[in-house]
Design a protein. Structure first.
Length: 204
């Protein structure tokens, strides 16, 4: 069986490692493992996203969609210490790593959960979210990706921004066009090394 980073229970044998995320305003040491997204280094797209986006709101609930072992969620939480950050993923190994990384880096306002299709009303995953940052799981396929984004973008609060990083060779420009057609008009706010940073805002 081939194990993908979006499998709930990767069958790849565990072999942990440590990677470093060094940004101008923070330094994180993160435990990774085989069977999760980008286990050997913090993905370049993730790094470009974190170097590009403005500071998140320092209030409310912020979302990292497809959190992996936690670099985006932990950065959001460090930059917005009075907000609550939730990271969601289908990969249980990645979620376990993200929780360990939050504890090891002393980031108490970041919490990690399996991604439900329909969260309980009033639960943290129901939103509304004051911001969404994501390096979305492009390789799950276009239809699944569109369903995922439709579900979670609808949980943004009015006026909140979502920032997504996608490589042009993996469909960034077609994704932007699709967002425009489904009521989430997107603009490209940065482009580097083939990666596009797309921003969409929740309107009434």
């Amino acid at each position: 069986m081939t194990s993908h980073y979006f499998n709930p229970d990767p069958d790849t044998p565990s072999r942990t490692a440590t990677v470093t995320l060094l940004l101008p305003d923070l330094h994180l040491r993160l435990t990774t493992d085989r069977g999760v997204f980008s286990p050997d280094r913090v993905d370049l797209g993730t790094r470009i996203l974190l170097e590009t986006v403005p500071a998140p709101p320092d209030h409310g609930t912020l979302l990292d969609l497809g959190c992996g072992y936690g670099p985006i969620a932990l950065t959001m939480a460090r930059r917005a210490p009075h907000a609550t950050v939730v990271g969601v993923d289908t990969n249980r190994r990645a979620l376990d790593l993200a929780r360990r990384n939050a504890e090891a880096n002393n980031v108490p306002n970041a919490h990690f959960h399996p991604a439900p299709e329909v969260p309980d009303p009033g639960a943290p995953l129901a939103g509304p979210f004051a911001a969404l940052w994501s390096n979305p799981p492009i390789r799950i396929g276009k239809n699944a990706l569109h369903a995922l984004l439709t579900t979670w973008l609808a949980r943004l609060e009015e006026g909140a921004h979502a920032h997504l990083v996608v490589h042009r060779n993996l469909g960034a420009d077609s994704l932007q066009r699709w967002l425009d057609t489904v009521g989430h008009p997107a603009e490209r706010v940065a482009s580097r090394a083939g990666y596009r940073i797309l921003r969409t805002t929740r309107h009434p």
